[in-house]
Ligand binder design. Structure first.
Ligand code: COA
Ligand code: ZN
Length: 338
C-alpha cells in the first residue's frame, strides 16, 4: 500500500538522473500547450512568452511539442505568429516541434518557416469539418491527403489527426468504421503517425479500448497515437487504456490547457504532468522531469495570469516544497517577528 502523504516519498521521476532509465520502455509525450492550449485562450500570449514556455518545456526534457498552426489568422488569431514561433522552436533542437497545416497554403507557410514536422486535422464527421475548416468530409479528406503527400515529398515528418474520433459535439457517437476508413486514408497518403483524438473529452477507458481494438486490427500500433481531453476527468484513465493496448505516443498539455474554439464543450487536454506522473509511476520512461514540468506549468500560469495545473499539481507542489533545500539564513539577522 502506498501512502502519498508524509513522509515524503522520493520523487517518482528524475529521469535524467535515473540509473535504470534505459531499462524502461519509452513513451513519447508531445506537449500541445503552445497550439491546442493557447489557441483557445482569451488572453493573448505574445511570441516572447511562447518562446519562454518552449524553453521551459525543453528544459524539463519534453521531447516533442506542437508549437503552432499555419491556419487562417482570421480563424485563429492566437496562431498568427506561427512562423516566428517555429523559428524560436528550431533554436531548441533536439526538441521536435510540429505545426498544424490544414491545406497546401498552410504547408507552404510551414516549410518557409523551416518546420520539419506538420500535422493535418481531419474530423471524422461532416459537421465538425465544416465548423473547423469550412470543408465537407469528402473535401477535408482530399485536402488532408494532398497536404500529407506534398509534405512527404518535401521530406517532412507527418502526423494525421482524426478529430472527434469518439464523439462529435454536433453528430453524437462517431462510427468506428468511419474512423478506421479515414485513418487508413491518411496512412496511405503518407502520415507517419495517426493520432486518434477525443477532441471533446467524451470517451471512457472502455470506449478507448473498443475503438482502438477495432483500429488495431488494421493499423499498426507503433503508428498510432492518442490525443485526449480531460473534460470528464477520464483523460489519464483513457491514456492507460491505450497504454494497455500498446500505444506509446500521447499528446498532452502542460497545466491541462486546451480546447478547440470550434468544438463546443471541448475543455482542457489531459495535463502533461498528470500523464507523465502516471507513466513514470507505472514503470515507463518519458525523459521528462516533473519538477521541470511544474516550472513550465507555473510559467504558463504567469503568462495567462491565472493558476494552472492538472489533478496532481497540489500534490506535486507539496513534494517539491518538502524536498527544496531550506533557504539560507542571512548571517547576523534574526527572522522578523510576525
Ligand atoms: N494560412 C493562412 N491563410 C490561409 C490559409 C492558411 N493555411 N488557408 C487559406 N488562407 C486564407 C486564404 O488565402 C483567404 O485569404 P483572403 O481572404 O485574404 O483571400 C482566406 O484564408 C480564406 O480562404 P478560403 O480558402 O476561402 O478558406 P476558408 O475561409 O474556407 O477557411 C481555413 C479555411 C482552413 C483556412 C480556415 O477555416 C482555417 O484556418 N481554419 C483553422 C481551424 C483551426 O485551426 N482549428 C483548430 C485546430 S483543430
Ligand atoms: Zn485537442
Amino acid at each position: 500500500m502506498l501512502h502519498w502523504d508524509a513522509p515524503p516519498p522520493p520523487m517518482p521521476t528524475l529521469p535524467h538522473h535515473s540509473p535504470n532509465d534505459a531499462a524502461r520502455e519509452r513513451v513519447v509525450v508531445t506537449d500541445v500547450a503552445l497550439r491546442d492550449g493557447l489557441q483557445n485562450q482569451p488572453e493573448h500570449v505574445g511570441t516572447a512568452g511562447k518562446a519562454a514556455l518552449m524553453r521551459a518545456l525543453a528544459a524539463a526534457g519534453v521531447p516533442s511539442i506542437e508549437a503552432a498552426s499555419f491556419v487562417s489568422p482570421r480563424a485563429v488569431p492566437q496562431m498568427a505568429d506561427a512562423a516566428e514561433v517555429i523559428a524560436e522552436a528550431l533554436a531548441l533542437a533536439p526538441l521536435r516541434a510540429s505545426a498544424l497545416a490544414p491545406n497546401l497554403r498552410g504547408l507552404e507557410r510551414a516549410i518557409a518557416a523551416g518546420t520539419r514536422e506538420v500535422a493535418v486535422v481531419l474530423s471524422c464527421t461532416e459537421t465538425m469539418n465544416r465548423k473547423n475548416i469550412n470543408m465537407s468530409l469528402a473535401e477535408a479528406t482530399r485536402v488532408s491527403c494532398e497536404t500529407l503527400r506534398a509534405a512527404r515529398t518535401r521530406g517532412l515528418a507527418t502526423r494525421g489527426y482524426l478529430a472527434v474520433a469518439f464523439e462529435c459535439p454536433f453528430e453524437g457517437t462517431t462510427p468506428p468504421e468511419r474512423v478506421l476508413e479515414l485513418g487508413l486514408a491518411l496512412l496511405e497518403a503518407g502520415a507517419d503517425e495517426i493520432v486518434v483524438a477525443d477532441t471533446i473529452g467524451a470517451a471512457s477507458p472502455a470506449q478507448v479500448q473498443q475503438l482502438l481494438g477495432r483500429l488495431l486490427l488494421q493499423l499498426p500500433v507503433d503508428r498510432l497515437g492518442l490525443h485526449l481531453h480531460d473534460t470528464r476527468g477520464m483523460g489519464v484513465a483513457n491514456a492507460y487504456a491505450g497504454l494497455e493496448l500498446g500505444v506509446r505516443r500521447f499528446d498532452a498539455s502542460a497545466g491541462g490547457l486546451g480546447g478547440c474554439p470550434f468544438a463546443p464543450g471541448a475543455s482542457g487536454n489531459v495535463a502533461t504532468e498528470d500523464l507523465v506522473l502516471m507513466l513514470e509511476q507505472s514503470g515507463f520512461a518519458t525523459g521528462i522531469s516533473l519538477p521541470g514540468l511544474a516550472a513550465a506549468v507555473d510559467l504558463a500560469g504567469e503568462l495567462l495570469g491565472r493558476p494552472l495545473g492538472g489533478h496532481c499539481m497540489p500534490w506535486l507542489r507539496r513534494q517539491l516544497a518538502r524536498s527544496a533545500p531550506a533557504a539560507p539564513r542571512e548571517a547576523g539577522r534574526e527572522p522578523a517577528a510576525g
